[in-house]
Design a protein around this ligand. Structure first.
Ligand SMILES: [Fe+2]
Length: 387
């Protein structure tokens, strides 16, 4: 494959991996110059004691915990970010810690923009609007899927428009990402499956994106291998620390990859399902991924053949198209083995809503890097097939 003429690659967060690495949080916060830390999380994670583990890790470090905001819902919203930022500002925080899945980490990213720069969150929608570093920020993922701990992006729902908005800036990246697989042990099978399929979607969409580049490719292929080998185990035996650790790393690798090479039609179609009907992000991706791969196949069969091989499909002797089709079948099988739904009609999307979803997808930034251009009619046909 010819190398691109020009590309750039961001790798800002320092990544700390290991069981019980959350104990290092005080040391890390100190090193970043924080003195008054504020935790962003959700009620469930607080109830099961994970926020307490972070608080314990801060004890004795010289960094004071000044507040915990645990009002983050599964699909965060603009008003949640604004309420969290107001609380953190009142508490006088100078360092943010996100403890949770994608919604929590994206909420913390938005809060950091408001805490550091002021104004309203909607002022920062889009890309390139930030020009300087924000407050120190540590992310601790408790799901293995979003990769938000290493991405430049936050996706936050605007309840007024019923749309998911994207905020992109290298300055929104955390300074440190702590990957502690013990924190993912209590994640239930359904969430483990959905978030794992989100990570798989990141890796596959990155590999066929028009922004593809060698550094992100290597991470994406590595992530697919880890997911193929470990997702079923993590779903079926949630207490397997090895499988949990592998999935956390896969999510992280796929996150770095897509933050640099961007995504495509599957995410552009999944976002409206979340925005309009609250379909969990990973579930929407899992349902739509085989359809997006099939749509893109005419433009990137060799790449999808590589995906198939990374998924563990025996591709020797197969032409690229046949291998790619076997890869799509392997994706469907993985989702089914993990107990995920296969149709939009099973997850609360009404048939009469498909045309609006197709219209929404056209405004999604991820559509710009899809290898096979897709207009509203093309997308509607895919939604119909996935229904
Ligand atoms: Fe995603």
């Amino acid at each position: 494959m010819a190398l691109p003429q020009l590309f750039e690659f961001h790798v800002r967060p320092r990544i700390l991996y290991g069981p019980r690495s959350v104990r290092e949080i005080g040391f890390e916060a100190n090193k970043l110059g924080g003195t008054r830390a504020f935790i962003v999380t959700d009620k469930m994670l607080r109830q099961v004691g994970l926020a307490q583990r972070v608080a314990d890790g801060l004890a004795g470090s010289g960094v004071t915990l000044v507040g915990i905001f645990d009002d983050v819902p599964p699909n965060s919203e603009v008003k949640v970010v604004e309420a969290g930022a107001a609380y953190a500002r009142e508490a006088g925080c100078d360092l943010l810690i996100a403890l949770g899945g994608g919604s929590v980490m994206d909420t913390a990213k938005g809060m950091n923009v408001l805490l550091s720069e002021g104004g309203s969150l909607l002022d920062y929608e889009g890309a390139g609007l930030l020009t300087r570093p924000l407050k120190p920020f540590i992310a601790i993922p408790t799901t293995a899927g979003t990769g938000s701990e290493v991405t430049i992006a936050a996706v936050i729902r605007d309840e007024a428009q019923g749309l998911k908005l994207e905020f992109n800036s290298p300055f929104m990246m955390p300074d440190v990402a702590i990957l502690d697989p013990e924190l993912t042990l209590s994640l239930p099978p359904g969430l483990t499956a959905a978030t794992g399929m989100d990570a798989l979607t990141h890796a596959i969409e990155t590999l066929v994106s028009t922004g593809t580049q060698p550094l992100s490719d290597a991470l994406a292929i590595g992530a697919i291998k880890l997911i193929a080998a470990n997702l079923r185990q993590a779903v079926q035996h949630g207490d397997d620390l090895e499988a949990r650790g592998a999935m956390l790393l896969a999510s992280n690798m796929a996150g770095i990859a897509f933050s640099n090479a961007m995504l495509g039609i599957v995410h552009a179609m999944a976002h409206p399902c979340g925005g309009r009907y609250g379909v969990p992000h990973g579930v929407a991706n899992s349902i739509l991924l085989p359809y997006g791969m099939a749509y893109n196949l005419p433009t990137c069969a060799p790449r999808l053949a590589e995906v198939a091989a990374a998924l563990g499909v025996e591709t020797r002797g197969l032409d690229d198209e046949t291998a790619a089709l076997a890869g799509i079948a392997a994706v469907r099988q993985l989702a089914a083995d993990c107990g995920l739904p296969a149709r939009l009609s099973e997850v609360g999307v009404p048939h009469e809503g498909l045309a609006q979803l197709a219209a929404d997808s056209q405004g999604d930034a991820m559509m710009m890097t899809n290898p096979n251009p897709a207009g509203e009619e093309d997308v509607l046909a895919l939604y119909e097939r996935a229904f």
